[in-house]
Design a protein around this ligand. Structure first.
Ligand code: IVH
Length: 683
């Protein structure tokens, strides 16, 4: 390939990759597989490395961010970034409407939009190219977060079409959707880290991260709802936003034209209820006069426009009595303070407990015993105590003090440098830590011994039969048969668990078959701090077996892609403990997998492990079916040709054989499309 050919291929690949980003992230209509996308990306990366003279800061390769720690410089907003006036009830809203009517003295239209609860951003485009992404800051100037913004794949780096102004600013809200937020928190919990409070704070923390490669890993998104500039394409706010859509921006899914304030109020009432079914948080409704000419005439006060207003929903908040504060010990020894409350109804559920996060939070709230507190459910998974009703405080009530000793084993708590949480350092003997580790070990994504679920670990621990994960493999029929215990999980009716023949057989069967669990899941099951599924897989693929991992040095570990300082230290600390070495040796002697299977080395993930999949019908090109079958195998699944009751699902293309379809329907086997399949393996 000569230089000219290379350049035209680079341009072609950049356009193709951006087109696929748009199809996937803005339109949710992917047209190629992730694998094909990655191939195109790889080719572009190689060509750009070979021809550095064609570097372009807006190439799709730049969306992965980089590891350079950036200092944010401040950029002046060409057009002030003002906020909106707030209203909280119908009366205030009607006052706004009367003001608009009086000032305009002619007919007008409102556009109602959702008020996205994220972080506002202003992007500038010059000749269709993204120049800067700036935070609101003080309204006049904000932080230049362009490098971080570029990692958000739904944001266009170059615009489509040609009817955009030479220069304009477009504003929107960056957010993280609830599914991605919950997934991020699940991963954190798995690694023994504290969960993040809500999507908004997570988004704002992410946008200010100094390392854009870290930002790229968080799944942020952005809706654009306001365009400004001297040379806008139309005289209507809504039409301008529709133009923005045609240039490639992701615009909100909901807009409504309203011709009266009564219609606006209808819209608000509808969304006050419906908002709970959205995949992202909103905290109100924004009402805007549509005509830009009328907007100009209404103008601004010193802080807010007179042509728009926000209506804020009441936060889901309830007041209740704080009965007590207790301290829970997690599997990693982290102590979480929990507020035990007089039961109260909040957003349709009865709340008896709320999180207090950590010692700093108790201090910030200024919490006293028997205080009346406000609990809220915003985007949070667990209700939060947000404030104290000081008026109801008894004069002699005492401050809530953080525990100094572990509530379970009495060991003095410690606080590691730079961490908000207190820990119980008694890893070896503190009961909830021991039980937590065993429960993690038997978990579905770890050794998958589900016959030991439902409180059985607790019973076996209490009876002195297990005190670490290796002890599970010494359990025998004689030791288990006849064990009985009455358990009463919080608030539920007491239940008797008794180990009879069938239960015992199942437990032993589950333990036996766990010996087939692949090495990467064994590694995850051990519960090394910060070693979640992905890290465990990386370590297993790199070191291949336990002896190699155990003899690896700090330098060996951090040389593995994406293994950083903290993980490396945790791995070394765990594997050098005599007690852990003993457990690993015992597991090995019992036949637990301590080396990676050849099959795994050639796979992309284990998401289809143990699943038989049929690919049937035609998929556009003649080779596509083979590619899909290959993908089944690369994700750990087994490709089979005929449908039977052990088929997990069928990926169906055009004209899938009628006999296969009839059989699948009879057996109740799911039939999914190519796109659904690609989404599934991507997860
Ligand atoms: S319009 C000059 N539209 O709410 C008016 N803002 O309190 C520009 N927001 O800073 C803003 N959803 O961060 C507008 N559909 C929406 C919005 C929205 C959320 C945020 C935005 C703004 C704040 C105002």
């Amino acid at each position: 390939m000569n230089t000219e050919e290379a350049y035209s291929r680079i341009v072609y690949l950049r356009n193709e990759l951006e087109r696929h980003n748009h199809l996937y992230y803005v339109e949710s209509k992917p047209s190629i597989s992730d694998y094909q996308y990655d191939q195109l990306m790889k080719e572009l990366q190689q060509l750009e490395a070979q021809y550095p003279e064609y570097f372009d800061a807006n190439s799709p390769t730049q969306r992965v961010g980089n590891d350079i720690n950036q200092e944010f410089t401040q950029i002046e907003h060409q057009y002030q970034m003002l906020s909106l006036g707030n209203t909280y009830n119908e009366g205030e809203l009607r006052d706004f409407d009367n003001r608009v009517k009086k000032l305009l003295d002619e007919s007008f239209t409102y556009i109602c939009e959702l008020k996205y609860d994220g972080v506002s951003i202003s992007l500038t485009y010059e000749n269709g190219i993204l120049k800067h992404g700036v935070t609101r800051g003080d309204g006049s100037k904000g932080d230049d977060v362009t490098n971080n913004i570029k990692t958000i794949k739904s944001i266009p780096l170059k615009l489509y079409g040609s009817d955009y102004p030479d220069y304009f600013e477009i504003r929107g809200e960056i957010f993280m959707n609830r599914i991605d937020f919950n997934e991020l928190n699940d991963q954190r919990i798995q690694r023994g880290e504290e969960p993040l409070a809500n999507p908004r704070n997570t988004t704002s923390g992410t946008i200010k991260m100094q390392n854009s490669a870290q930002v790229a890993k968080r799944k942020l998104d952005c809706f654009f709802y306001y365009m400004t500039g001297d040379d806008l394409p139309t005289g209507s706010h809504l039409e301008n936003i529709m133009k923005a859509k045609s240039w490639g921006f992701k615009i909100p899914e909901v807009f409504q034209k309203c011709h009266s304030i009564d219609e606006v109020i209808q819209f608000i009432k509808y969304w006050d209820l419906e908002r709970h079914n959205l995949n992202y948080d909103i905290d109100g409704i924004v009402i805007k006069v549509d005509s830009l000419d009328q907007q100009d005439r209404l103008g601004f006060t010193s802080k807010t426009p007179r042509w728009a207003i926000s209506y804020k929903f009441n936060a889901e908040r309830a007041e209740t009595l704080l009965r007590s504060v207790t301290f829970q010990v997690g599997r990693t020894g982290a102590i979480t303070p929990v507020a035990n409350l007089e039961p109260v109804l909040l957003a349709g559920t009865t709340v008896k407990r709320a999180s207090l996060h950590n010692a700093d939070q108790i201090e910030l709230l200024g919490l006293h015993q028997k205080d009346f507190v406000y609990v809220e459910k915003a985007g949070e998974i667990i209700p939060q105590v947000v404030a104290v009703n000081f008026e109801k405080r008894k004069p002699d009530s005492l401050k809530v003090l953080f525990a100094t000793e572990c509530p379970e084993c009495g060991t003095a708590l410690i606080r590691r440098e730079g961490e908000a949480a207190y820990y119980c350092p008694n890893e070896e003997e503190c009961p909830p830590q021991i039980k937590g580790r065993i429960e993690h070990f038997i978990g579905r994504r770890a050794m998958n011994i589900d016959s030991l679920g439902e409180g059985k670990v607790e019973i076996l621990f209490d009876k002195g039969l297990i005190s670490n994960v290796a002890d599970l493999y010494d359990l025998t029929f004689d030791k288990l048969i006849g064990i009985e215990k009455v358990i009463s999980p919080d608030g539920e009716k007491p239940r008797k668990i008794s180990f009879q023949q069938k239960t015992v057989d199942n437990i032993l069967k589950g333990i036996e078959s766990s010996k087939q669990t692949p090495f990467e899941r064994v590694l995850y099951a051990l519960g090394i701090r910060n070693v979640g599924e992905t890290v465990a897989r990386k370590l297993a693929l790199h070191f291949k077996d336990m002896p190699a991992l155990m003899s690896s040095s700090y330098e060996d570990l951090i040389a593995v892609n994406e293994i950083g300082d903290i993980i490396a230290r945790n791995v070394i600390e765990f594997l050098s403990s005599e007690k852990n070495k003993d457990i690993i040796n015992r597991l090995k002697a019992k036949g637990i997998q301590m080396k990676i299977e050849e099959r795994t080395i050639e796979t992309l993930s284990s998401s289809l492990n143990g699943k038989s999949v049929v690919v049937s019908g035609s998929f556009g090109t003649s080779s596509r079916r083979k590619e899909l079958e290959k993908l089944v195998e690369l994700h750990g699944g087994k490709k089979v040709d005929s449908v039977s009751k052990s088929t997990a699902f069928i990926v169906a293309g055009e004209n899938m054989g009628p006999e296969k379809r009839a059989k699948a329907e009879k057996l109740g086997i799911p039939i999914i499309s190519e796109n659904e399949f690609l989404k599934m393996i991507e997860k």
